[in-house]
Design a protein around this ligand. Structure first.
Ligand code: FMN
Length: 331
C-alpha cells in the first residue's frame, strides 16, 4: 500500500471503521466542550473522553462524567481502575449512555494514579492485568469494542508481553505511548518497540506521542507501521489540528488564523459555561493561553486572561484583543 493510500484508508476496530487520526484521552482537557470543538473540524474521527475511575462512574449522582452532546460520537470512554469492584456497574452505565467503545487506562504515569495501582502500574503484574482485562471483556460481553492504552512499560519495558496478553485475552485494539512511567511525557519515544509490537499483532495498534504535524505522522508510520495515530497536546488550543493533518494527507492545505483561534477561544468559553455553569471560565483557563499564543503581545494578554476573576472580565479582555487585531466578534 502506498503512503497516500494508507492515509486515505481507515482503521478497523472490531466492526467499526474510523479515520486513522483520533483525539487522545487527556484528563482535564478532553471534556465535552473540547470534544465538540474538535468535532467541528473532524466529523468522523474517533474521540476519547477523559479518564474516569470506575468507582466514580459507578457511584456519581450528577452523571457529569457520562454527559455529552451527541455530535461528539463516535467516542470511546476511558475507565481507570486496578480492581474489578465497580467495573460491572461502571460498564453498564457507559453502555447505557451508548458510548461507541470502552478503554482501560494502563498508561497513566501520574504518582496519584499509580499509588493506587491504576494506570501504568497495571503493567507491572501481568497475571493481575490479565484477570482485570478478562473481567472487562466478560462484563462488556461483545456489546461494545474494548481497547487498552498502554506505555512502553511501568519501570521496565514489557509492552510486547502486555500487548500479546491483551490480544490473547480478546482486546480489540491497543494504543501505545512508547515511554515508561518514569519517562513521563517528554523523553525519546521508542519507535522500535512500537514497530516490533505492530509486526506481531493481528489487532490494530494505535500510536500516541508527539504527533504534531502530518509529516511527523508519516515518519512514524514509516518507522512503526502502526494502524492509527492519536493526537494529544497538538489539539490543545487548536481543535482544528486533525483537520490540518487530514487535509495534508489529501494533498491540500488547511490554514488556521488568528481570527479562527479567537473565534474558537470564545466558542470554547461559551461551551464551558453551558457545560459547567457560571464558573466554566475557570477550567477554560487551562487552555485559554494557547488560543492567543500567535497574537502580538501574547504574554501580556495571557496574563490578563488568566487573572480574570469572572466570565465577564475574561470576555472584556477578549473584546480588547479583537479591537487591537481590527477584528469583529461574530455572534
Ligand atoms: C496533562 C495530560 C493528561 C493526560 N491524561 C490522560 C488520560 O486521562 N488518559 C490517557 O490515556 N492518557 C492521558 N494522557 C496521555 C495522552 O493521551 C497522550 O498519550 C500523551 O499526551 C502523548 O501524546 P501527545 O504527545 O500527542 O500529547 C495525558 C497527557 C497529559 C500531558
Amino acid at each position: 500500500m502506498s503512503n497516500q493510500e494508507f492515509w486515505q484508508g481507515k482503521i478497523k476496530i472490531r466492526e467499526n471503521y474510523y479515520p486513522r487520526f483520533m483525539s487522545a484521552p487527556v484528563d482535564g482537557v478532553s471534556d465535552s466542550p473540547f470534544r465538540q470543538l474538535v468535532r467541528d473540524f473532524s466529523p468522523n474521527e474517533l474521540l476519547y473522553t477523559e479518564m474516569r475511575h470506575a468507582s466514580l462512574v459507578a457511584n456519581e449522582r450528577t452523571g457529569i462524567s457520562l454527559r455529552y452532546n451527541k455530535v461528539e460520537m463516535p467516542m470511546e470512554y476511558q475507565i481507570s481502575t486496578h480492581k474489578t469492584d465497580f467495573v460491572e456497574k461502571a460498564v453498564e452505565k457507559v453502555i447505557a449512555a451508548d458510548f461507541s467503545s470502552i478503554n482501560l487506562n494502563c498508561g497513566c504515569p501520574a504518582k496519584t494514579v499509580i499509588k493506587s495501582g491504576c494506570g501504568s502500574a497495571l503493567m507491572e503484574d501481568l497475571k493481575h492485568l490479565e484477570t482485570l482485562i478478562k473481567f472487562f471483556i466478560k462484563t462488556i460481553d461483545g456489546r461494545k469494542a474494548f481497547t487498552v492504552k498502554i506505555r512502553a512499560g511501568f519501570k521496565k519495558k514489557n509492552a510486547f508481553d502486555v500487548a500479546q496478553l491483551a490480544q490473547d485475552s480478546g482486546v480489540d485494539a491497543i494504543i501505545i505511548h512508547p515511554r515508561t512511567q518514569p519517562e513521563g511525557f517528554a523523553s525519546r519515544l521508542d519507535y522500535d518497540l512500537a514497530a516490533k509490537i505492530k509486526s506481531h499483532l493481528s489487532i490494530p495498534l494505535i500510536f500516541s506521542g508527539n504527533i504534531t504535524r502530518f509529516d511527523i505522522a508519516q515518519r512514524v508510520y514509516d518507522l512503526t507501521g502502526c494502524d492509527g495515530y492519536m493526537i494529544g497536546r497538538a489539539l490543545w488550543g487548536a481543535p482544528w489540528k486533525m483537520k490540518e493533518f487530514t487535509e495534508a494527507a489529501a494533498g491540500r492545505e488547511f490554514k488556521s488564523s488568528v481570527e479562527l483561534a479567537l473565534t474558537y477561544a470564545l466558542k470554547h468559553l461559551d461551551l464551558n459555561i453551558q457545560f459547567y455553569g457560571p464558573n466554566g471560565f475557570i477550567p477554560f483557563k487551562k487552555q485559554v493561553s494557547l488560543y492567543v499564543r500567535d497574537i502580538p503581545q501574547a504574554a501580556q494578554w495571557r496574563m490578563r486572561l488568566l487573572r480574570s476573576q469572572t466570565e465577564a472580565e475574561m470576555r472584556n479582555v477578549f473584546s480588547e484583543i479583537y479591537k487591537e487585531q481590527n477584528l469583529t466578534i461574530k455572534t
